[in-house]
Write a protein that binds this ligand. Structure first.
Ligand code: NDP
Ligand code: GUE
Length: 271
């Protein structure tokens, strides 16, 4: 069975509409791109479509000098929000971004300030995909006490999702797996909820799951020109599965758009 995300997107749309009333201009999002892969291109397409839909002034910048560009847009009063696409080029680390990006414009919640705040259970801006995963799980089932296994430990998905799901008030029991995890399938089959965020097309098949499991497919892979997830669609015959496209990705983009309006509204408060 496929998990529907339209209610979640409608909730996010409603918040954007109320924020739009307080932000009397088209907020500006700068998306810095260093080394676009196919999934980044897919995200930028989604950002373009949604920026037009919600009335956001999106500028996509191919950046050859990331730190200087960050400094420039950090200080540019007309820029309300900054997004830096991963993967990064060699020579740059995610820690560089975390240190240099202005936390008030950090609409993906990757700065030391916002990540640190999330760690202490105060969620300001948090990585949009991690928030999308949490929202979908909370909309699908009661999280408290559930065994959640996350495939992947990246800084924008696996790691933040794990921290957010075990936070007081959500109270899941979280296992994070990666390429060095032993007996992966034994671990995944113990889950009530499985989150796949590894970047390997159709990697998760029936041998990883058991009947009735909730499976959140974060993967965005291009296979023979089509977008597919990390999970084989067939498992929707025995599990509840988020679709790709039309699942986590569409919620992620809506959250990013909402965060742009939040950043503009917060800034207005400074005026
Ligand atoms: N839908 C959306 O909104 C978004 C989708 N994505 C997609 O999600 C996927 C993951 O992206 P991202 O989080 O950036 O991932 P990264 O490529 O940064 O990291 C992949 C993670 O998966 C782990 N991994 C890889 N292979 C295996 C395996 N066989 N078993 C267990 N773990 C494995 C890696 O382990 P190790 O650490 O040991 O290398 C690593 O932690 C990609 O397809 C990406 O396009 C990403 C962001 C948002
Ligand atoms: N710092 C950073 N953060 C990210 O979150 C990030 C990133 N870098 N690099 C690339 C990946 C990939 N990613 C996608 C998010 C949404 C869609 C999305 O909206 N997909 C639509 C389909 C889009 C289409 O049709 O092209 C859907 O799934 O319904 C796609 C891809 C975020 N990423």
């Amino acid at each position: 069975m496929l998990i529907e995300v339209k209610d979640i997107i409608n909730e996010i749309k409603a918040e954007i509409s109320s924020l739009k009333e307080k932000v009397p201009y088209e907020p500006k999002l700068v998306s810095l791109v260093v080394e676009p892969d196919e999934s980044t291109t897919s995200y930028l397409n989604s950002q373009k479509r949604n920026a037009k839909k919600y009335g956001i002034n999106l500028e996509i910048v191919e950046s050859n000098d990331l730190i200087n560009d960050l400094r420039k847009y950090n200080e540019d009063d007309d820029t309300d929000a900054i997004f830096i696409a991963r993967p990064l080029k060699k020579g740059y680390t995610e820690l560089d971004i975390a240190k240099y990006i202005n936390p008030e414009k950090d609409v993906e919640g990757v700065s030391l300030h916002n990540i640190g705040s999330m760690f202490y259970e105060k969620e300001l801006f948090v990585p949009c995909t991690a928030e999308a995963v949490v929202k979908i799980i909370e909309d699908t089932t009661d999280v408290r006490g559930k065994n959640i296994v996350i495939l992947g430990r990246s800084t924008t998905v696996g790691k933040p999702a794990a921290i957010m799901l075990q936070r007081h008030g959500r109270d899941a029991t979280v296992t994070v797996t990666h390429t060095k995890t032993n007996n992966l399938k034994e671990v995944t089959k113990k889950a009530d909820i499985l989150v796949a965020a590894i970047g390997k097309a159709n990697f998760v098949d029936r041998s990883f799951v058991k009947e009735g499991m909730i499976v959140i497919d974060v993967g965005i892979n291009v296979l023979n020109g089509k977008i597919v997830g990390d999970v084989d669609k067939d498992i929707s015959e025995i599990c509840k599965l988020t679709p790709v496209p039309g699942g986590v990705g569409s919620v992620t983009t809506a959250i990013l758009m909402r965060n742009v309006f939040r950043a503009a509204n917060n800034k207005k408060g400074d005026l």
